[in-house]
Design a protein around this ligand. Structure first.
Ligand code: AHR
Length: 501
């Protein structure tokens, strides 16, 4: 393939909001218990949290972590998770049919997240609960003192308010699986009234209304239109969620899924702007893509656990072991998010540890290790900060079983003005043919190729494990710059990070 790209600092998409490199930890499976928290582990700190896991999270440089769910939040009583440990109840988690012991609650989690370098994006329960409980939780977290719930926090040993800035108004309330699932009219009204009340308590917070759980859910995009018809003036973001899987065993088509994600984002933007026009509003609603990943490997095992082995503490659930092609799709999804940097201001790789996660720990306190998808996320988080530039790209196209006009190469670049560096992220998603990419870097005179890092593997199904890393990045010399023209070889099925500076 011959591919051409032009990058020019005069053609920005937008400043990348670093919060697009957010992630998510739900009280689900072994994410919290036996994941980030394991008092018996050799690396545990005085609060019982694993330092080795925290180190891996730091490698990913995650600015914000969504918590405590997910589906879990829709039957969660936050009060159960605070106060003296020996008084905390054991509760049935209806979402995952697990037993929640509340050994880690919102105070411990917030303290831990900050120590990992992350802010918390807190979700309120709009499934089984409503406005009053959301307000009480916000008062507990953010109000300085001298009121019932802020004093309760202080009595629990947290004198300073947590000052949590970003709040999700429920989770996937459009999904029939959600505890307390709502119609769009019901949710729109509830989101509006909850948002209005919460902003009275703390006008500095930012609110995320639930959008659709996936592109093909029948209520999309009416859900967004109706929700925003009610809540437009009080919310700042609409959420998007999307997971992909190669259930058909058609890898070429699987790698085209990021085109659907692109289409989904475009349609949500159009819907937001339609409501903006109806309201004669001056405000833009931004996107919080707060759940995205590959998720399918563990589905059958999870169904078995919820159906036949319920009410376990920290069961092995959603433990997808990712392969190389999954890492390619994660790279393509990151490129898609960056291409919409003007509108997608937050995003959460779902999730972070053990549950559909880049970081795994062996069961019962064993080794922590990096999945294949760890690497594209790490690269984007590390080098994708600055200004996203318009990707003027011409690539050959092909059709797959489920998609038309799929580009062989997808790429985007990010210019970091402070560091005087520009990084191109590129995936050659053609499984058969290498590509020769010519990049016109006209506005980056005097720059040199700092490195060209590649993630590739002959086996699309190659996986990593605690003691073997088959999929890991390597340095190559596949890029050369001559004047302002760079030529790069992008091997078939490869994730490429080309840094100039
Ligand atoms: O991330 C796993 C689950 O996926 C979340 O709990 C839910 O919000 C989504 O359906």
């Amino acid at each position: 393939h011959k591919v051409k790209m032009v990058i020019d600092r005069e053609y920005p998409i937008a400043q990348v909001d670093e919060r697009i490199y957010g992630s998510f930890i739900e009280h689900l499976g072994r994410a919290v218990y036996d994941g980030i928290y394991c008092p018996e582990h050799g690396s545990a700190d005085e609060d019982g949290f694993r330092n080795d896991v925290k180190e891996l999270i730091r490698e990913l440089n995650v600015p914000i972590i969504r918590y405590p769910g997910g589906n879990f939040v829709s039957s969660f009583n936050w009060e159960d998770s605070v106060g003296p440990f020996n008084e905390r109840p054991r509760r049935l988690d209806l979402a995952w049919r697990s037993l929640e012991e509340n050994k880690v609650g919102l105070n411990e989690f917030t303290k831990w997240a900050r120590s990992a370098g992350s802010d918390v994006m807190m979700a309120v329960n709009l499934g089984t609960r409503g406005i009053a409980d959301a307000c009480n939780l916000l008062e507990y977290c953010n109000h300085p003192g001298n009121s019932k719930y802020s004093d309760l926090r202080i009595s629990h040993g947290y004198k300073e308010p947590h000052n949590i800035k970003t709040w999700c108004l429920g989770n996937e309330m459009d999904g029939p699986w959600q505890i307390g699932h709502k119609t769009m009219e019901e949710y729109g009204r509830l989101a509006e009234e909850t948002a209005r009340a919460m902003k009275i308590i703390d006008p500095d917070i930012e609110l995320v209304a639930c959008g659709s759980s996936y592109l093909t859910i029948p209520t999309f995009p009416d859900w967004e239109a109706v929700t925003l018809k009610h809540a437009y003036d009080y919310v700042d973001y609409i959420s998007m969620h999307q997971y992909y899987g190669n259930q058909k065993g058609d890898s070429q088509d699987f790698l085209a899924s990021s085109d659907d994600m692109d289409q989904f984002i475009r349609t949500v933007i159009a819907t937001c702007d339609f409501v903006k026009a109806q309201k004669r509003s001056k405000k833009d609603i931004k996107i919080s893509f707060d759940e995205w990943n590959v998720w399918y490997h563990s589905n059958a095992a999870d169904d078995d656990i919820t159906k036949n082995h319920p009410w376990q503490v920290a069961p092995l659930m959603l433990e997808d072991i990712y392969n190389f092609e999954d890492a390619l799709l994660v790279g393509l999804m990151l490129i898609t998010l960056l291409k919409h940097a003007d509108r997608v201001k937050m995003a959460c790789l779902a999730q972070l540890v053990n549950v559909i996660a880049p970081i795994m720990t062996e069961a019962k306190g064993g080794k922590a290790w990096r999945q294949t998808i760890f690497y594209p996320f790490m690269h984007a988080s590390q080098y994708g900060r600055g200004t996203a530039l318009v990707p003027v790209l011409s690539s050959p196209k092909f059709d797959t079983s489920g998609h038309e006009d799929v580009t062989a190469v997808e790429a985007v670049s990010v210019y970091n003005e402070e560091l005087h560096e520009v990084t191109i992220f590129a995936v050659n998603r053609d499984l058969k043919k290498d590509a020769e990419m010519t990049v016109d870097v006209r506005s980056f005179e005097g720059y040199r190729v700092l490195e060209h890092v590649v993630l590739e593997n002959d086996d699309l199904k190659a996986e990593n494990g605690p003691f073997c890393e088959r999929v890991a990045p390597k340095q190559t010399s596949q890029s050369a710059l001559d004047g302002y023209i760079m030529t790069s070889t992008l091997h078939k099925a490869s994730w490429n990070v080309i840094r100039l500076g």
